[in-house]
Design a protein around this ligand. Structure first.
Ligand code: CTP
Ligand code: MG
Length: 380
């Protein structure tokens, strides 16, 4: 099934207050809306539309750093209007759409998969639901009256639907405003399957919700630091490639791929933080297809593994060790190349260089070496 995501982010966040609307504020160091975009991407969804207020376009651009390939739609005055606009911007050949509040950043790829599975199993729609444990009362004083909570549930987002069904349900509903998308689908007679909800999918509504959700989310995420090391021998040649940058040199570097020690060390660091073995296990030197390969491929592979694991690269740090060529003039290009491939802002990529004072194999210029660390924030 071709699944697409629609994230509604066109609200003003009035109840949460603050300098900028809640969906653009930071939660655990990352903009609220970016959490959902990355959770959908980690679940393998390629078509992601975010409905925003047009004046917030610069805030969205900043929140998504490299854009992450999302499409932007112009939201409307009510949530239902924003959903309508977002549905119109989705690829028409989508078979399932997951409609999600940007204000619920605690989304996991597991929930995305469970919702899609419910539709694949035949439901028209699916939504996460949680039981209610508190007693319910309406009114106050003399009018205070007990509400029977039997059978009541709290429904969260994302809410998944067969794409054609939700589109025609919205068309049939006209310009009305609804509490959520299940309401629209039910009005059209859709059969909705409820799956277990997740506390982390709570909606950020008021300021204190930020603290509550940070506590909930941090208990299920950990910071892992991976390290990597690589060395290559110098040989005949006229250039070396380090951190994706080709540097003219009076010698070349021997290796089965392009022998980019900087990126090889970094790949191992990322794999290390993920517990995914080492570069040789993923790209065996004995396999001729990696002969002369561009190491960008290896780095993209490591990044894709991190994305799939719901991990987020917080920072990378590479140290290149050689007497020559001089790294200084190329350092910034190396940072930029690395940041581009990893979709990281430049401030979270470091490239350093050192010599070994003419001692050891790098000092004798028999070869060059690199070491790297990668810091990942990932599900525990
Ligand atoms: N939303 C939207 N378009 C609107 C109103 C709301 O896309 N016209 C989105 C919000 O951005 C949010 C979700 O719908 O992701 C749920 O809405 P809510 O929590 O009410 O957010 P806000 O409307 O932004 O907050 P408030 O009501 O406090 O102003
Ligand atoms: Mg609102």
């Amino acid at each position: 099934m071709k699944a697409a995501a629609l994230i509604v982010a066109a609200g003003r966040g009035e109840r949460a207050g603050g300098e900028i609307p809640k969906q653009y504020r930071l939660l655990m160091g990352r903009p609220v809306v970016a959490w959902s975009v990355e959770a959908f991407a980690a679940a393998g969804l390629r078509d992601i539309v975010v409905a925003i207020a047009p004046e917030h376009a610069p805030l969205l651009r900043q929140a998504l750093e490299q854009g992450q390939g999302v499409r932007v739609a112009e939201g409307g005055a009510t949530r239902s209007d924003s959903v309508r606009a977002g549905l119109a911007a989705l690829p028409p050949d989508s078979s399932v759409v997951l409609i999600h509040d940007a204000a619920r950043p605690g989304l996991t790829p597991e929930t995305v998969h469970a919702l899609i599975a419910a539709i694949e199993a035949g439901a028209d729609g699916a939504a996460p639901a949680l039981p209610l444990f508190d007693a319910l009362w309406r009114g106050e004083g003399a009018s205070l009256a007990h509400v029977d909570r039997t059978g009541l549930q709290r429904i969260q987002t994302p809410q998944a639907f067969k794409f054609d069904l939700i589109r025609s349900a919205y068309a049939a509903a006209g310009a009305q405003s609804f509490a959520d998308d299940v309401a629209v689908a039910r009005a059209a007679g859709a059969a909705i399957r409820l799956i277990p909800g997740d506390d982390r999918l709570m909606k950020l509504t008021v300021q204190q919700d930020f603290d509550t959700l940070e506590r909930l989310m941090s208990s299920s995420r950990i910071t892992c630091v991976g390290s990597g090391f690589d060395a290559h021998r110098f040989g005949v040649g006229d250039h070396v490639t380090l951190c994706g940058v080709r540097i003219p040199h009076d010698r070349g570097v021997l290796g089965h791929s392009d022998a980019d020690a900087g990126w090889h060390a970094l790949v191992d660091a990322i794999l290390g933080a993920l517990g995914e073995g080492d570069i040789g296990a993923h790209f065996p030197p004995s396999d001729p297809q990696w002969k002369g390969a561009d190491s960008e491929l290896f780095l993209r592979h490591a990044k894709a593994l991190a994305d799939r694991a719901g991990a987020r690269l917080a920072h990378v740090d590479i140290t290149l060790i050689c007497e020559r060529p001089k790294i200084g003039p190329h350092r910034e290009s190396m940072r930029r190349r690395t940041a581009d491939v990893l979709s990281l802002p430049l401030s979270r990529v470091s490239v350093k260089a050192t010599t070994t004072e003419r001692i050891g194999f790098t000092g004798r210029e028999e070869g060059l070496a690199a070491q790297a660390t990668a810091t990942l924030d990932r599900p525990a």
